[in-house]
Design a protein around this ligand. Structure first.
Ligand SMILES: [Zn+2]
Length: 290
């Protein structure tokens, strides 16, 4: 692919990210391999919705600028780390899509077996631990998961996706945000039916049938996360179905599942209040202060 068409593709993807609200102001960054030794990257301090092809920077794989009037992205170190860890990756996209980033702020990975298409394409979407943006901490946080995953959440920051070309990396960002929105609705409704472990393994076989290139298989077992290595397989929360393909996750078990996925811990001696009871308590407290 010519460098001119890569420049044009980055402009178009930046425009789509901004139009969809995945970035605000100058957030987000996009890069692509030009050849074995050069990258094309968005510049720092520009709105991704209003870029022109001439704005892009050409760098080497160590981040030295070879061409361009502007300096490369402030998150260049994270992009360089991905290319170092994943020779198969051709393009990297980083943005702050609001629903997925909300999960990242809440500390909730998108790793439950809920949507068949997400399982076949991305597998699980883990949560990389918090790191100060633009510093060497961020590539370090990403390194843990990037070998086995094409997409991840970045704690209290945003999301990162990679692919075999620019559009494939960008579409994974769309998939993550879409998945986050659906998960939010299901959880707001109070229940998620999970895809059983057996069905997850069946879906994994479809990757081969459809020629989907996944960087790693789904881990065979999620019962002991300590045994599952996020660098070698994708940890997916999927219950044994015992013949069922969908397993209801009723509210009575929600706390247990939440605890397992690190969402919240259910302590002994916990009290539960309805919204009305809580409001009444707060009103009483305010009244007693007057
Ligand atoms: Zn960012």
């Amino acid at each position: 692919m010519s460098i001119e068409s890569l420049r044009a593709d980055i402009v178009e993807i930046g425009r789509r990210m901004y139009a969809r609200g995945y970035t605000a102001s100058n957030d987000g960054n996009i890069s692509v391999r030009i050849d074995a030794s050069r990258l094309l990257m968005t510049p720092k301090s520009v709105c991704k919705g209003f870029m022109t092809p001439d704005m892009m920077c050409v760098t080497d794989l160590d981040g030295r600028k070879l061409q361009g009037d502007r300096d490369p992205s402030s998150e260049m170190l994270m992009h360089l780390e991905v290319y170092r860890q994943r020779p198969d990756v051709q393009a990297v996209v980083h943005a702050h899509p609001p629903t997925a980033t909300g999960f990242a702020v809440a500390g909730i990975p998108l790793d439950r077996a809920v949507l068949a298409e997400v399982l076949t394409t991305l597998g699980s979407i883990p949560l990389a631990e918090y790191a100060t943006p633009s510093t060497v901490e961020l590539p370090e946080a990403v390194r843990k998961y990037i070998k086995a995953h094409d997409g991840m959440l970045l704690a209290n920051h945003g999301a990162l996706t990679v692919g075999g070309d620019l559009y494939s990396a960008y579409y994974k960002m769309e998939t993550i945000e879409h998945f986050a929105k659906i998960s939010l609705v299901a959880r707001t409704l109070g229940r998620e039916n999970l895809i059983s472990r057996e069905e997850v393994m069946r879906l994994q076989e479809l990757r081969g049938t459809y020629g989907i290139k996944a960087p790693a298989p789904i881990c065979a077992d999620d019962a002991m996360p300590a045994v599952s290595d996020p660098a070698s397989c994708q940890v997916v929360q999927a219950p044994e179905g015992g013949g069922l393909r969908l397993v209801p996750d009723p509210p009575s078990h929600a706390g247990e599942t939440a605890a397992r996925s690190g969402v919240a811990s259910v302590e002994a001696g916990e009290i539960r209040l309805t919204y009305r009871e809580l409001s009444a308590l707060i009103e009483d407290a305010i009244r007693s202060l007057r």
